[in-house]
Design a protein around this ligand. Structure first.
Ligand SMILES: C[S@@+](CC[C@H](N)C(=O)[O-])C[C@H]1O[C@@H](n2cnc3c(N)ncnc32)[C@H](O)[C@@H]1O
Length: 255
């Protein structure tokens, strides 16, 4: 069975999840790390529903340019609806970025590299399209950092192990500093972006993630649809005792 397919249903679920205040905060932290100026050219690699791209378009202004690439037609459609003409979108992947060498002042990619089977190849492509001295910001999750209270720890372990199949590498961040240096990036800085949800609320990141997990795991590692539904219901039923904590890691580097 393959990983997560960003079809229309999944794309809409990701879009809804990324409206949560904790993900809005993450985008603010990413934009601070990028420190864009008026007139700059920036690439959003794996632009997804396009929230970050639209925010960056306001920062670079009409003299700058934001380009988003993503292989998913559903994600591109959501992003185009969101941004009008403020962002130029192309259907493409990290394997072959459809721009010439040195095109961009900055490249950003959030929650994308952990899906890629060839991280060194993608970093080489990013470095190629970044001008000398340009800035790169990556954000990825290390799923070993997950703390999720559950009324049934054994079932939760099985569900979350099966959910790791949605990624190429569920523990990528710990390898990224060395991978960035190996790809020729300089001045690599690492910071942590925690997501913390205490008390169940349907408008948080993890509430959306919970539904995505429950849809993804049936049929994997022997998990039935009934078990997935029961797991999700058990998590929601924790109510005020619900506890979710997960670390994303932000990498800033110079090309
Ligand atoms: C979890 S979403 C993140 C979207 C967006 N970067 C954000 O943070 O809002 C992952 C995105 O990576 C895209 N993606 C998957 N494989 C890719 C590839 N090989 N190259 C570029 N993007 C890819 C998916 O289509 C999806 O839009």
């Amino acid at each position: 069975m393959s990983g997560l397919e960003f079809d229309e249903r999944t794309s809409r679920r990701v879009e809804a999840t990324y409206l949560a205040p904790d993900v809005v905060r993450q985008r603010r932290i990413v934009r601070e790390a990028l420190s864009l100026h008026h007139g700059e050219r920036v690439l959003d690699l794996g632009s997804g529903p396009g929230f970050l791209a639209v925010e960056m378009a306001a920062e670079v202004g009409p003299d700058g340019a934001v380009c988003g690439i993503d292989p998913s037609p559903s994600m591109l459609a959501l992003a185009a609806d969101r941004s009008g003409h403020a962002v130029e979108y192309r259907q493409a992947g990290a394997e072959r970025i459809p721009f010439q060498d040195g095109t961009f002042d900055a490249v950003v990619s959030t929650q994308v590299f952990e899906y890629l089977p060839d991280v060194p190849g993608a970093l080489a492509e990013v470095r190629r399209v970044l001008r000398s001295g340009g800035r790169l910001v990556l954000v990825d999750t290390d799923w070993d950092s997950l703390v999720w209270r559950s009324p049934d720890d054994a079932l939760t372990d099985r569900v979350l192990t099966a959910f790791e199949q949605h990624l190429a590498d569920a523990r990528l961040p710990r390898k990224l500093p060395a991978a960035l240096v190996a790809a020729g990036f300089r001045d690599v800085r690492t910071s942590v972006v925690p997501l913390l949800n205490v008390g169940y609320s349907p408008t948080t990141y993890s509430a959306g993630l919970l539904e995505l997990v429950a849809e993804f795991v049936p049929g994997r590692d022997g998990i039935t649809a009934e078990e997935a539904t029961a797991w999700a219901a058990g998590q929601r039923a924790l109510g005020p005792d619900y506890f979710f904590s997960l670390n994303r890691y932000l990498f800033a580097a110079t090309g």
